[in-house]
Design a protein around this ligand. Structure first.
Ligand SMILES: C[S@@+](CC[C@H](N)C(=O)[O-])C[C@H]1O[C@@H](n2cnc3c(N)ncnc32)[C@H](O)[C@@H]1O
Length: 299
């Protein structure tokens, strides 16, 4: 069921990995939207409806849904925007970005808005999140998320983020949750198992350009988070290595997750690349995910 392309790579990167470990269903998770409700009140309301929740120990507002008597997207609390259904690794990318109230933040690939809305929540609806998305259909979903969750400090812009400098803004923080092969999402999308060389070839130039464009609008001293839901080093460590060499950006530490790979396919990378983090379905009970935090030098 795995494409030959992935099989060849995974057997080297993750010896002993089986298809079952990739496709095993993962527990659903929710993020409490503290813009609308307190954590305690939401937990109590959902428990009264028969849901069993378990705190995700390494994210601030996340809960695994251990038992759901019916779809967690069909409660009054969901419709009222009291929570967002989101993978904990995605939540964590926003916590790593660490946006502060009052700052100017760019979310360069924003739809459907899971991270935009969490960034706004962490900023307590103060300051501004500029949420850029190129796809007209997907921006509808982004608008719906922003409205449902009561976000008041987001500006939605439909544009190609490779041209984001045209906005004439410099940002304190930038999140690039890049379009990727999605190889970390096989638990919900079987096509994640069939990705091949062509998929990667189409995406790499886009990822590279988006990263460059996003970095250019970061103020000196500003912080950028690069994330993907891919397990492939080509879209993660290898891309980052070239980017760091070109820009002189500094890798910052991230607490949770497994260290990034510093010798993928036997190729030696910079030691500080390990500061980036990986999340694996078979280790962390999340989608496969990569997150790196870098700082632009002041000079
Ligand atoms: C991984 S998804 C983002 C998910 C989102 N951050 C969230 O957490 O809900 C990547 C998004 O990038 C968008 N995208 C692709 N190319 C783009 C471009 N050149 N400029 C802006 N957005 C782009 C895609 O349409 C897609 O919605």
């Amino acid at each position: 069921m795995l494409s030959g392309f992935l099989e060849k790579r995974y057997s080297v990167l993750f010896p002993g990995l089986t298809g079952e470990m990739l496709t095993r269903p993962l527990p659903q998770a929710l993020r409490v939207n503290t813009l609308r409700i307190t954590e305690g009140e939401l937990v109590e309301r959902l428990q009264r409806r028969g849901f069993e929740l378990e705190k995700v120990p390494w994210v601030r507002h996340g809960y695994f849904i251990r038992r759901a008597p019916f779809s967690p997207g069909a409660t009054p609390e969901y419709l009222l925007g009291y929570y967002y259904l989101q993978d904990p690794a995605s939540m964590y990318a926003c916590e790593v970005l660490d946006p502060r109230p009052g700052e100017l933040v760019l979310d360069a690939a924003a739809a459907p808005g899971g991270k935009t809305t969490y960034i706004a929540q962490l900023m307590q609806n103060r300051g501004c999140v500029v949420a850029v998305e190129v796809n007209r259909q997907r921006i509808r979903a982004l608008r719906a998320s922003v409205m449902r969750l009561g976000v008041e400090n987001a500006i939605l812009v439909r544009m190609d983020a490779r041209e984001v400098s045209e906005l004439g803004l410099l940002f304190d923080r930038v999140l690039l949750d890049a379009p990727c092969t999605g190889t970390g999402t096989a638990h919900k999308a079987r096509e994640a198992l069939t990705k091949d060389e062509g998929d990667l070839r189409n995406l790499l130039p886009l990822q590279r350009s988006l990263m460059g464009a996003a970095y250019r609008v970061l103020r000196p001293g500003g912080v950028m988070v690069y994330a993907t839901c891919s397990l492939l080093p080509e879209e993660n460590e290898l891309l980052l290595q070239d980017f760091l060499e070109e820009t002189g950006a500094r890798m910052m530490k991230i607490k949770h997750g497994s260290p990034a790979l510093d010798r993928p396919y036997g190729r030696s990378l910079r030691k500080d690349i390990k500061r980036a983090r990986r999340f694996y379905p078979w280790v962390h009970n999340t989608q496969g995910f990569f997150v790196a935090k870098i700082q632009k030098p002041y000079r």
